[in-house]
Design a binder for this molecule. Structure first.
Ligand code: GLU
Length: 483
């Protein structure tokens, strides 16, 4: 069997959709698993949809994810160019070959003529399909129009009867009646550019693609492509159609909900490794209970047999959980580096010891964008209800706080070197002298300076992070609040 060659063929129309990242990932995994090649092809023949900079976004996203291509526009390869607009001149001769074979024909109908016939068909309650009007032109008539420079398109001469069957590696045997799925689609547009419908066939063939992986929306277009392959006498590739990535049973991931694009998730502080790991599992399963995979492990485990037929649900809660697991395991220095801009959002310029804060926050971070809200209390004392001084287990309440805080303030004032260790040792030394349980001092201490029942770190850590002055200021104002 020839070497496996898969491709990812995005159109540069904006940001990278998560569904696209997943398609690229599966095509990459399949190629690597089979010792094959993964090709990147940019499909920019629809110039109206082209967005400046979108090709770079595709490169950056795939590289970021570790989905690396063996051949592509920026690195070349034996089958280039890999940008369709740069291949423009090679498509027309193929379309002309089909014309000679009777599988395609020139069409000179103007937009106005087509609009008129479409309107008439709709008035009759029919769906307009191109009516093969120009198929009736004689060879001489066609040549005369071409010589006169009349604008034209080239259309496929689609069969109107019978049906087309093919085998899909995920969906199995597919059969479509030709009258439903075929029409005389345009192959070459007036501007000389091929349509996607034509270019994908030519390019997949010329680039030696053995397995075409793409979205399930192409399932019913495939008979048209097979018609073209057959007309050329070319081998039809294997097809692997992938289900849509959904937010839930009825909703797609959407731009409006901010959950469609790879960059949205990175901006929210998700880790790319977690995102890639999770995406792999949306629509595919390893056939075992294993959930955590790095790229090499995904390559090893990947098997088309375990691609799902039903839409993949992208469960953000599951992703959050998985991301948290990755955060916990990440190298501390990297965590500190990634967390710093998020610390800054809440604490810039306050001189908080970020290293210590990072030690406390790493195990409490699921996604980075939630860090600022969790540490906001260090920037500003929350307006809290004094009822939270009550804690049964710690034997604390407002009265205990009224008694303990005035004792604590001078003790803390006396600490010269405000280290966490000194705060700890000094406070722990006085608690027995006051005849109190630890909780009866530490609970009011922490509440009085954080205003929160639960905080990252205990009383000593918080006091240290706040600094001496701020700790004392907060304690005094809490005492005032207690009255
Ligand atoms: N350019 C097409 C798209 O972005 C590619 C589909 C295919 O893989 O053939 O949907």
């Amino acid at each position: 069997m020839s070497q496996v060659r898969t491709r990812f063929a995005p159109s540069p129309t904006g940001f990278m959709h998560l569904g696209g990242v997943r398609t690229a990932l599966y095509a990459y995994l399949f190629a690597k698993k089979n010792g094959g090649k993964f090709i990147l092809r940019i499909e920019d023949t629809d110039q109206e949809r082209f967005v400046e900079g979108a090709t770079e976004v595709i490169y950056d996203t795939l590289r970021d994810c570790g989905i690396l291509w063996d051949e592509g526009p920026d690195i070349g390869g034996d089958y280039g160019p890999y940008i369709q607009s740069e291949r423009k001149s090679l498509y027309l001769p193929y379309a002309q070959e089909l014309v000679e074979k009777g599988a395609a024909y020139y069409c000179f109908c103007t937009k106005e003529e087509l609009d008129e016939r479409r309107a008439a068909a709709e008035a009759r309650g029919e769906v307009f399909k191109y009516d093969k009007h120009c198929l009736g032109l004689s060879k001489e008539e066609v040549q005369a129009k071409l010589d006169a420079g009349v604008p034209y398109v080239i259309r496929m001469n689609a069969p109107t009867e019978g049906s087309t069957s093919y085998h899909d590696l995920v969906f199995g045997e597919m059969t479509f009646p030709n009258s439903d799925t075929m029409d005389d689609m345009v192959l070459i547009k007036q501007d000389g550019m091929p349509t996607y419908n034509f270019a994908n066939v030519i390019d997949d063939h010329l680039m030696g693609i053995t397995h075409v992986m793409r979205g399930v929306e192409y399932l019913s277009s495939t008979p048209r492509y097979n018609f073209l392959y057959n007309a050329f006498g070319w081998e039809i590739p294997e097809y692997i159609h992938l289900t849509t990535v959904m937010r839930d049973a009825t909703h797609k991931l959407s731009k409006r909900d901010g959950d469609a694009y790879y960059s949205d998730f990175i901006a929210k502080g998700y880790l790319k490794d977690a995102l890639v790991n999770y995406l792999a599992l949306v629509g595919w399963n390893p056939g075992t209970d294993q959930e955590f995979f790095n790229m090499d492990e995904l390559v090893q485990a990947f098997d088309v047999k375990h691609l799902n037929k039903s839409p993949g649900i992208f469960d953000v809660n599951k992703l959050d959980w998985m991301n948290g697991q990755y955060v916990q395991k990440m190298d501390f220095e990297r965590y500190l580096q990634m967390a710093t801009p998020w610390f800054d959002q809440a604490l810039a310029g306050r001189g908080v010891d970020y290293r210590r804060l990072a030690e406390l926050m790493q195990s409490r971070t699921d996604i980075f964008s939630r860090i600022p809200e969790k540490i906001q209390f260090l920037a500003q004392m929350p307006d809290y209800d004094p009822a939270i001084f009550f804690n049964k287990k710690q034997k604390s309440d407002e009265n205990v706080a009224r008694e303990v805080l005035p004792l604590l303030i001078p003790v803390l004032e006396g600490i010269e070197d405000w280290t966490e260790q000194n705060i700890h040792d000094t406070v722990m030394a006085v608690i027995p002298q006051w005849g109190k349980k630890n909780g009866q001092v530490l609970w009011p201490m922490r509440i009085s300076i954080s205003g929160l029942e639960s905080t990252p770190g205990g009383a000593f850590e918080i006091a240290y992070l706040l600094g001496k002055q701020e700790t004392l200021r907060r304690m005094r104002s809490s005492l005032e609040k207690l009255g």
